[in-house]
Design a protein around this ligand. Sequence first.
Ligand code: DAH
Length: 339
Amino acid sequence: MKDRLQKIREEAIQKIQSSENLDKLNEIKVSVLGKKGALTEVLKGMKGIAAEERPKVGQMVNDTRTAIEEKIEEMRARLAAAAREAQLQAEVIDVTLPAKKNHVGHRHPNTIALDELERIFIGMGYEVVEGPEVEYDYYNFEALNIPANHPAKDEQDTFYINDKIVLRTQTSPVQVRVMEQGKLPIRMIAPGRVFRSDEVDATHSPSFHQVEGLVIDKNITFADLKGTLAEFAKELFGEETKVKFRPHHFPFTEPSAEMDVTCFKCGGKGCRMCKNSGWIEILGCGMVHPRVLKMSGINPEEYSGFAFGVGLERIALLKYEIDDMRLLYENDMRFLKQF
Ligand code: DAH
């Protein structure tokens, strides 16, 4: 009996030690200690042993069982650790790898500038309106006091659809369209795309954008124009910004002016940005010409108003210190990503 147990024990331990995985180990456990296992067989054979021998034999069986169980447990722990190690190796994650980039789009510099302008004027009670890009010659020129053969038409050569229809050269025709509707007073801005038959260079494009402004009410004076545009300049370029008006000529305003702002880069001392003048030109403006009011059905004796026109690209280029307008239209991601 003793020999038999010894044999079972040695065989079991040998198998346990050579088992290469947990499943195999479990099979061995069942084949030795299970209901039909070798050791259980021995216990069943106890019946044939003399009563006084039984405790001794029972003790031996138990010792064998314990020894085998211990070996199995030891092996199980070793195999489990090895399996875990293998799994970790197989599923290794490099947490230092750069994450997948999420390419979120954002607003174009032109759009950022426009949103800013709209925010400022809406804050002052203005309405935002739009007009057509393909426009009647009448609205684009005639009703703005630019008759056929007027030299101003030379500066704003455009693309003609036919004799009467053009691609608008300015957003000013929207003034006329709004005035014609006859709802007074008027306080509006009109952003939009305009066209000119210009060659492309760093400051010109055959298609660009303007923002028009128009205020019509009783007793509107040049003081209102100055106050409004000075406030606008401060909001856009900073509280310290000063403005200056230089006499100019536009056919649809009288008097007319161009407005400069103190250079926001050097504060007016003179730098590369302002070409050492301390000032930067940003818009055209003036008091709406009485003839323009009359043509649109508004009585100039009763009403007056002011108007202004801003080049949107010019604002975007200034604000972001971009020195070539073409960059705004090339859709080069390396450029656009910067804003
Ligand atoms: N439309 C003019 C241009 O394109 C800009 C302008 C100047 C608009 C004076 C105005 C204004 O409303 O009053 O050159």
